[in-house]
Design a binder for this molecule. Sequence first.
Ligand SMILES: Nc1ncnc2c1ncn2[C@@H]1O[C@H](COP(=O)(O)OP(=O)(O)OP(=O)(O)O)[C@@H](O)[C@H]1O
Length: 307
Amino acid sequence: MSQSPVVRLMDVSKRIGGRTIIDRVSLEVNSGEVFGFLGPNGSGKTTTIRMMVGLMALSGGDIQIAGHSIKTEFPQAITQVGAIVENPEMYKFLTGYQNLLHYARMNPGVTEQRIHEVVKLVGLSERIHDKVSKYSLGMRQRLGVAQAVIHRPKLLVLDEPTNGLDPAGIRELRDYLRLLAREEGTAVFVSSHMLSEMELMCDRVAILQKGQIIDIRSIRAAVEETTHTAENVLFEVDHPDAALGVLEGHSSGRVEDGALIVTADRSTVASINRRLVEAGINVYGIRVKSKSLEDQFLEVTAGDTIG
Ligand SMILES: Nc1ncnc2c1ncn2[C@@H]1O[C@H](COP(=O)(O)OP(=O)(O)OP(=O)(O)O)[C@@H](O)[C@H]1O
């Protein structure tokens, strides 16, 4: 089934003070897709996003949202966008529900039923009547996303949504963004400078470097396929060196950036986990590292700051 993309960037450029910050960026995101925008700090992610959500004018090219040009049909284009670019504004002394109710009143056509729907989607039902001041960062973000999608935009844009979240928070974010994409057909556009997070969250990623797209590729299918063959698997543990010792003679591994990386297939992952736990090592997370994409990202961004 062919469908037209929800958002289409066509040769988008931005020049500031004679300097080209964004250089002919083209990409498309489809309905129901979680799309990652990956690049080191300063590569131009925020600038691109600011143009997508109408906070900054384009120097060249065009952006279409649901078929409407952001340059010539701004109102039609922008009503199809929900976004969290800076920290979402919330009344901390009100409950999550009261915040959404207040926001809904400013959006004609948003019913109380819709509020309940978005609260459920972001998994905030149990805490929605608590004051926002009692919320964790992850919960505030859920509320921000609920607010951003309350008017059923076709496109949701989030700038570095994983910043400040712990691994559990990142997993939850991934789960509800995927749910939103699946249930409502929203096209979700997420920026990050962390490849490992993008791998878990997205269907496709674009890699940005110095204002140019270097590569766009599918990842989710690749990651899911590789869980059945030997892959690099990352174990988040409290004592990686001790964990490596525990596995000696059983599996080959290494310690990288404070995590244990083991080459293992799906069934061995379970037994490695058991072995670590039995040895008194705390395991906080296990995930497949997609080697080729990681290598490629490091290669193309070599010399840049990666976060
Ligand atoms: N208003 C501006 N005037 C001049 N230069 C700017 C302006 N906004 C951004 N830049 C420059 O454009 C480049 C891209 O910045 P941008 O914030 O888009 O990158 P980023 O990928 O989002 O990085 P980060 O993750 O650090 O925010 C940087 O070199 C930045 O210094």
